[in-house]
Design a protein around this ligand. Structure first.
Ligand code: MN
Length: 733
């Protein structure tokens, strides 16, 4: 039927659409059909058929089984193009509008989630699916997609068959049931059952076949008086023998240790009446019970009290001739359609009976979403409470579902980053994370995770949390841990700093009480005494520098110089600056001075050995830049009179750091290779590391503490030798 020619297939699909859909845009469906053929023209199914026959048949299933609107049909035709071809969601939006684009996007995401993952927590996956679905039509298309894939499963290799069947039975079938898609649910179950338990499947099928004729004769005789009675009362009806679902027979026999003969519903009929009045079902029940004696405890009224998925029907079991028990189901045509087609049937009826509605508009869809939600909310104990919550949360979009590399599900608040994820796994993982891979690609630590992402955390023993991590986390757990670790670290540094200071003070004969030290620290522009200790403890201030500066401040008369007051002219400041500090000297003065107040510019972070230039600043002495720093050359003319020629003195103190940009192949292990290359050089610490990856190109920004340019050069050499590294450059800043 399918695959004869593109034109014939297209014509057939449109003819079917006329049959099943209330109204649809034939041109639009034809356009999507041809678009799909073109997009998939190089693809072939496992069966050898041209690929387009798959989306075409999915669209066909949507029309027949879940007939809703042409948007769903168009989306069904396009459901695989983003995943399998060059076409992007943006292309689809441009061509078919955002509604279709969003449905296709949702369907693609769901495929991504299932790809290459072992399903270990079925309920979690069902939750995840719901969270992904903004438009219920996404789910309907996935059901149709799965159904067609299951119908054609035999062309796949056995392991894939088994995996797909298991997934279908665990996830799609129960989900279809919840959406009220009765016939799809049964078919999915039977197709999975056939793959998973082939021997038992064949056995049940054989037993059913061997007794079929006898059973059919019996049912025919049984139905005859019922049909006569209904005709007498002028009721339009249809009587069916119940279709036999092998999987349900399996669960009722093999799993409960019964034989086929013990099953009531092998002898079963369904009476479908064409009426708008539900009470007619009770009337028909009355008629039947006049013919056959009912078994009272087998009467079930799902009309007054529908099942949780909305199913309605009367069920009864009566005693037929020869004492055989026969199950009878009585329902209206609308109830029957609902039982088979669920939510879609509901809307179809609404559309047909409504005054304006031969067309489903967005308001209807909204109502539908509400209605589906009501189903979940009224599901009571049957649905896990969390399931309902996840459905609601999805509407507010405040939770995401992400995976560990092993496929375990983690639930995090929206906006969560790899740091949150790492702390969620374990506080030790969080504290040591240096990077993360999302879906196999390296991302920066502040990257926002999304539902369906698979996250792998990369750790380093040398890593500790950074202060700015606090800004990049949303979970309480991550926040408290980071704060605790940072505070501990700070306390440790402050205590070390206090030790260093006390030893130094003793050595140079300084006796300062704590209040005075607090004031002096403040004059040195530290927030407090403990910040002063902290600077000593972390090594950003050396004990020699500290004692020199303190002694300076304590010199008689200095107090009036008010440390915060800027010198009034450049010359005056230059004179003052010459007096202090160490590490650089001013060319021409020829005295390697430990008396010049200076700072290293943060824009270019010079390290000993770099060519440098000084800029006399107002308030903070000489600022030392790299000679080629853009900040200086950009405004060089304007500050000409403030430029000063400086050189490194022989001995250096303090900490220097340099930024390095690395690009290369985004391959597994790259990040770890970089961190271990750096760590392999003695005394090298990583200050920060951010990473990004684009189209399999890795880009990392690394900041390392170095002693001098030679040290930096050794790091460069190591980095160059990492496999897949294409370039290593010093960053401007
Ligand atoms: Mn597909």
């Amino acid at each position: 039927m399918w695959g004869r020619s593109v034109d014939e297939d297209c014509a057939y699909l449109i003819a079917e659409g006329r049959k099943y859909l209330v109204k649809f845009d034939e041109d639009l469906v034809e356009k999507a059909f041809r678009f799909c053929v073109e997009a998939h023209k190089h693809d072939v199914r496992a069966s050898g058929e041209p690929y387009y026959t798959h989306p075409a048949q999915v669209a066909h299933i949507v029309m027949r089984e879940i007939p809703l609107d042409d948007i769903s049909v168009v989306a069904a035709l396009l459901h695989d193009v983003v995943e399998d071809t060059q076409v992007s969601v943006r292309d689809i939006r441009a061509e078919y509008g955002s509604e279709v684009a969003e449905i296709v996007d949702g369907a693609t995401k769901i495929s991504d989630v299932f790809k290459s993952r072992e399903i270990t927590q079925a309920e979690s996956y069902r939750k995840l699916l719901l969270s992904l679905v903004k438009d219920v039509r996404v789910m309907l298309i996935k059901f149709a997609d799965r159904l067609h894939n299951m119908r054609t499963i035999e062309s796949l290799p056995p392991e894939r068959q088994e995996r797909m069947a298991r997934e279908t039975l665990d996830i799609y079938a129960p989900f279809a049931h919840r959406f009220g898609l009765g016939s799809i649910k049964w078919e999915l179950e039977d197709l999975s059952f056939k793959v998973l338990q082939r021997t038992i499947y064949d056995d049940i099928k054989r037993q059913l076949n061997s007794t079929r004729e006898e059973r059919e004769d019996y049912i025919e005789k049984f139905s005859k008086p019922i049909a006569e009675r209904l005709n007498e009362h002028g009721i339009a009806f249809e009587i069916n023998g119940r279709p036999k679902h092998l999987y349900s027979i399996y669960t009722k026999t093999v799993l409960r240790n019964k034989t086929l003969d013990e099953l009531y519903d092998l002898f079963a009929i369904r009476v479908i009446i064409d009426t708008n009045d539900n009470n007619d079902c009770f009337f028909v029940y009355g008629l039947i019970s006049e013919i056959y004696t009912p078994v009272p405890e087998r009467f079930k009224n799902f009309i007054s009290v529908p099942k949780k998925n909305g199913y309605q029907s009367l069920h009864t079991t009566v005693i037929g001739t020869d004492g055989k028990r026969v199950e009878v189901q009585i329902r209206t045509r609308a109830m029957h359609d609902y039982a088979e087609r669920g939510v879609a049937a509901h809307f179809r009826y609404k559309a047909q009976s409504g005054a304006t509605a031969s067309w489903i508009d967005s308001k209807d869809l909204e109502e539908w979403a509400t209605w589906v939600r009501d189903i979940f909310e009224s599901a009571g104990d049957e649905a896990p409470k969390q399931l309902m919550e996840s459905f609601r949360l999805n509407l507010y979009q405040d939770e995401i579902y992400v995976f560990t590399p092993k496929g375990d599900l983690r639930i995090l608040p929206r906006g969560a980053t790899p740091i949150d994820f790492a702390f969620d796994i374990h506080s030790a993982v969080g504290a040591r994370c240096v990077g993360a891979k999302v879906n196999g690609r390296i991302v920066p630590l502040h990257h926002h995770l999304d539902t369906g992402d698979q996250v792998e955390i990369l750790t380093s023993r040398n890593q500790t949390p950074h202060r700015d991590w606090e800004r990049h986390v949303v979970t309480h757990k991550a926040k408290t841990h980071i704060r605790r670790i940072l505070n501990e670290e700070r306390r440790r540094h402050v205590a070390e700093g206090r030790d260093i200071w006390q030893k130094r003070a003793k050595k140079v004969g300084l006796h300062i009480n704590e209040d005075d030290l607090e004031r002096l620290a403040y004059q040195l522009k530290y927030e407090s005494r403990s910040d002063f200790y902290l600077a000593l403890g972390t090594g950003s201030l050396s004990s020699e520098q500290a004692s020199t500066m303190i002694l300076e401040l304590m010199r008689p008369g200095h107090e009036h110089e008010a440390a915060h007051e800027p010198p009034t002219s450049t010359d005056e400041h230059r004179d003052a600056a010459r007096e202090r500090a160490e590490g650089i000297y001013i060319v021409g003065d020829n005295i390697p001075t430990t008396k010049v107040l200076f700072t290293y510019a943060h824009c270019c972070n010079p390290v000993p050995g770099d060519e440098i230039i000084g800029v006399v600043t107002i308030g903070s002495g000489i600022r030392v830049h790299r000679a080629n720093c853009h900040n200086v050359s950009d405004i060089g003319d304007k500050i000409k009179d403030r430029l000063i020629d400086v050189r490194w003195s022989k001995h250096q103190r303090g900490e220097f750091f340099a930024g390095i940009k690395i690009t290369g192949d985004d391959r597994p292990g790259m990040l770890n290779d970089i961190t271990s290359a750096v760590n392999s050089i003695n005394n090298t610490n990583i200050r920060s590391l951010t990473i990004d990856a684009y189209d399999s190109i890795f880009e990392g920004n690394l900041t390392v503490y170095v002693d001098d340019i030679g040290h930096l050069q050794r790091i460069f050499d190591k980095l160059y030798h990492i496999k897949g590294v294409r370039s290593v450059e010093r960053l401007e800043r």
